[in-house]
Design a protein around this ligand. Structure first.
Ligand code: IPM
Ligand code: MG
Length: 368
């Protein structure tokens, strides 16, 4: 039994509808295991820009800092008139959260479910047994390096972005990957572009040094271009992949397609602060706002529900509860229920709320 506080930021597009289903599951889990979990909602993204004048307000940042974890939906719309660092761009909320809360480690687990192998565009035989986690550095590299600007010179307009990493930033993320690998299949793949970039050569040097402290874990180095190829050629061979911010951004979109649909994939961004029961973190389904299907009962809430499971596991230390949710999701999939994104011959396509209800019922059945 515990007392926990979660900041809930549903955001834009399909964010609110999928988060609503995750909260429904949270309530059931809290009741069943006797936890008091306080949730506090706030606006973020376009919703916050319209109501409060910026993508995330100081008050909302304070709320997040006081919480054990943040459950996030999605932010953004269809128009990109400003850069992501502008206060009136919905994505700026993500950058502010990542930077101010020091959420340096973005974890994206990707596992294929036997019953969904045929929903991917990749052959089932290649996908069978895929079970990896990509650990993406989230607060450094080219996303935050300065200068970053478009500027006028005597030779015309030019633009610059800066890719910079300190040894300390590399070391803490690589260490996180090795720690995770210890609890898994003990295999770390460090991804870089050491044949071209100085930052990657430092990355590789630090990875080799950290690896010496983990003689039980195997370290493999891969160049990012080769990694993008091996991800669809031999995906089941990966256990833990660790990489810098932008490579991680690109590779995780690619890797998400292994699971058939982005509608199934959760993510966790862990910070440096410890909570009473684990590590403070930010939890977000990776699918984004999907404005084309928002409000139509078409969104798949399973990513948000699986995201909640990660939150319970990493920030609240509730591993049994997390496993119960994951098992319930798997049971619903195995029973043949699908949302629009997973449409398959002979399977029942159901809406967002109905999918949430199915998970709640599967949880209830576990009890008996
Ligand atoms: C992600 C997204 C963000 C990123 C965008 C929305 C700025 O693609 O979380 O992967 O590039 O980090
Ligand atoms: Mg991305």
């Amino acid at each position: 039994m515990g007392n926990y506080t979660i900041a809930v930021l549903p955001g834009d597009g399909i964010g609110p509808e999928v988060v609503e289903q995750a909260l429904r599951v949270l309530q059931v889990v809290a009741d069943r295991y006797g936890h008091t979990i306080t949730t506090q909602k706030a606006l973020v993204g376009l919703a916050a820009i319209e109501a409060e004048g910026e993508a995330i307000s100081d008050a909302t940042m304070e709320l997040c800092k006081r919480s054990d974890a943040i459950l996030f939906g999605a932010v953004g719309g269809t128009q990109h008139t400003t850069g992501p660092r502008s206060k009136v761009s919905p994505e700026s909320a993500l950058f502010r959260l990542r930077k101010e809360l020091e959420l340096f480690a973005n974890l994206r687990p990707i596992r294929t479910v036997e019953a969904l192998l045929n929903t991917s565009t990749i052959k089932a035989e290649v996908l069978r047994g895929v079970d990896m986690v990509v650990v993406r550095e989230l607060t450094g590299g080219i996303y935050f390096g300065q200068p970053s600007e478009i500027r006028e010179t005597e030779h015309g307009t030019e633009a610059i972005d800066t890719l910079i990493y300190s040894e300390g930033e590399i070391e803490r993320i690589v260490r996180m990957a090795f720690e995770l690998a210890r609890g898994r299949r003990k295999h770390v793949t460090s991804v870089d572009k050491a044949n071209v970039l100085s930052s990657s050569r430092l990355w590789r040097r630090v990875a080799d040094r950290v690896a010496q402290e983990y003689p039980d874990v195997k370290l493999e180095h891969l160049l990012v271009d080769a990694c993008s190829m091996h991800l669809i050629r031999r995906p089941a061979s990966f256990d833990v992949i660790v990489t810098e911010n932008m490579f991680g951004d690109i590779l995780t979109d690619e890797a998400s397609m292994l699971a058939g649909s982005m509608g199934m994939l959760p993510s966790a961004s862990l910070g440096t602060r410890k909570t009473a029961y684990g590590t403070f973190g930010f939890y977000e389904p990776i699918h984004g706002t999907a404005p084309d299907i928002a409000g139509q009962e078409k969104a798949n809430p399973l990513a948000a529900i699986l995201t909640l499971a990660l939150l319970l596991r990493y920030s609240l230390g509730l591993t049994r509860e997390a496993a119960a949710i994951e098992a319930a999701v798997e049971a619903v999939i195995n029973a043949g229920y699908r949302t629009e994104d997973l449409r398959e011959e002979g399977k029942a396509v159901i809406g967002t709320k109905e999918m949430g209800r199915q998970v709640v019922e599967a949880l209830a059945r576990q009890q008996g």
